[in-house]
Design a protein around this ligand. Structure first.
Ligand SMILES: Nc1nc2c(ncn2[C@@H]2O[C@H](COP(=O)(O)OP(=O)(O)O)[C@@H](O)[C@H]2O)c(=O)[nH]1
Ligand SMILES: [Mg+2]
Length: 447
């Protein structure tokens, strides 16, 4: 996500960090580079101009001159301004009606249908009962697409094939929502290649019929400058309540994300980060700013982990680690849990400094290593997994052969495991010591 931009900003930061003193001229150099980076990332030029001016004003202020590490302060200012630009705080959905209607609009291919499904899935997790409604009457395939998505996530879909009247479909759908007790109704509308008058008319009529609590514009993040024009148009026509920025997993440069709020005054509420229906995240300006600046996004990662990792087994593993009973079987289980989080690339990218690490690391290699370790453990007997100390030369040979790998690879795995056990012992001692001093029990992260 926004790799090029992040890389450039990190370079500026490196220079800033080393600065002993901040003067008008050296801050100007740094800000010029920040400006270039933003423009290249397709951020709207007016937005860039204001952004840079705001930072300059703040950076030239007294406090900065008196600070011990002026460069760090400027980085902080840039970070805070970026958070501001992205909208300061996370905007929740307004769902206070029963049912609450959500209207999704956007250009053709911007991700309306996919996002409808993602949003419905997300809302079920919050305990809502959504109904999806297909009102893209121009393309029968679009209705099928929504129907298939609904089946995948086990959410009802209202489809009326052959009916061309959007308002009729809508009336029937609302009736159906009442019958099945749905409390959120999501409308997947038709798109166009360009926003045009008939489309606007249709959307306005639909809006006036359903009084949606949310009108969300899906916006393809990769469209750069054009995204801002599209957003302005839709906002002028419909008065949207927010946006879903899609395809952030692709080669998006960041322009749309960074300009949208300032230009339309409307918040980004969600981001799409993949084609799969769980590749959907709530948008948090603070976290996004940290990600853009290459400071990592640990909070999102933790949330994702909490959603993916089986709580029960996580607790059990933790208990075992504490008691020093962590075996190779547990190690294998943990490896598998980790892989459930998604491709390693996504995980590492969210860690602080991860974006930089990604450039050097050979992640395919790491993925492969995961698979190899798994195969090696599979090739052991249950006793060997419990007591790796019994692994003599002939057992090692057998295991490696069984996994189709070399003994060296097995030895590497065993070394890593031994190190991990060592580390856990230390951690648990440290934790015991700290809890003695600190009565607030859950203060320290558990290992
Ligand atoms: N990589 C990626 N692809 C997406 C995302 N959202 C949608 N897509 C893909 O974009 C294409 C168009 O999406 P669709 O929902 O049909 O767009 P619509 O025409 O606005 O309904 C499909 O191939 C989707 O799989 C996303 O967040 N990331
Ligand atoms: Mg569609």
């Amino acid at each position: 996500m926004f790799d090029a931009l992040t890389g450039k900003l990190q370079k500026v930061f490196k220079n800033l960090r080393g600065m002993g003193k901040i003067s008008d001229s050296n801050i100007s150099d740094s800000l010029r580079e920040v400006r270039m980076a933003l423009l290249e990332a397709d951020v709207n030029f007016k937005v860039v101009r204001e952004f840079i001016e705001d930072i300059r004003q703040k950076a030239i202020g007294q406090e900065v001159f008196q600070s011990i590490q002026p460069g760090q302060q400027v980085i902080k200012i840039i970070h805070d301004e970026l958070v501001n630009l992205l909208g300061s705080t996370h905007s929740n959905l307004n769902l206070d009606a029963v049912p609450s209607c959500i209207l999704l609009c956007g250009l053709h291919g911007s991700g309306k249908t996919t996002s409808s499904g993602k949003l419905a899935r997300y809302l079920t997790k919050l305990g809502k009962k959504p109904l999806l409604v297909a009102v893209d009457v121009y393309r029968p395939a679009a209705m099928d697409q929504l129907d298939i998505i609904g089946k995948q996530i086990n959410i009802p879909v209202w489809v009326e094939k052959g009916e061309k009247n959007v308002l009729k479909i809508t009336e029937h759908a609302l009736k159906h929502a009442k019958e099945i007790g749905a409390n959120v109704v999501i409308f997947d509308t038709a798109g166009r290649l360009q926003i045009d008058e008939p489309l606007v008319q249709e959307l306005v009529q639909l809006r006036d019929l359903i009084h949606p609590r949310e009108i969300l514009l899906t916006l393809d993040a990769a469209t750069g400058q054009e995204a801002v024009n599209v957003a302005t148009h839709f906002n002028d026509a419909l008065n949207i309540t927010g946006a879903i920025l899609t395809k952030l997993d692709g080669d998006a440069r960041g322009g749309a994300a960074l300009s949208l709020r300032k230009v339309t005054g409307k918040p980004i509420k969600f981001v799409g980060v993949g084609e799969k229906l769980d590749a959907f995240e709530t948008f948090h300006p603070e976290r996004m700013a940290s990600r853009i600046l290459g400071m990592g996004d640990v909070v999102s990662l933790v949330e994702k982990a909490a959603e993916t990792i089986d709580q029960q087994s996580a607790l059990r593993l933790e208990e075992k680690m504490r008691k020093g009973q962590f075996t190779l079987s547990d190690f294998q289980e943990q490896l598998r849990q980790m892989r459930k989080l998604g491709p390693l690339e996504n995980i590492v990218g969210m860690l602080p400094g991860g974006a930089g690490m990604l450039k050097n690391a050979n992640l395919n290699q790491s993925e492969k290593e995961f698979i190899h370790m798994d195969a090696l453990i599979c090739s052991m007997t249950p006793l060997e997994r419990e007591k790796p100390q019994i692994l003599n030369a002939s057992r090692r040979k057998r295991i490696a052969k069984g996994a189709g790998l070399s003994v060296t690879e097995l030895n590497n795995l065993l070394n890593k495991f031994a190190q991990l056990q060592q580390m856990m012992k230390k951690m648990s001692k440290f934790q015991k010591m700290m809890t003695k001093f600190n009565p607030a029990k859950n203060f320290l992260p558990k290992f």
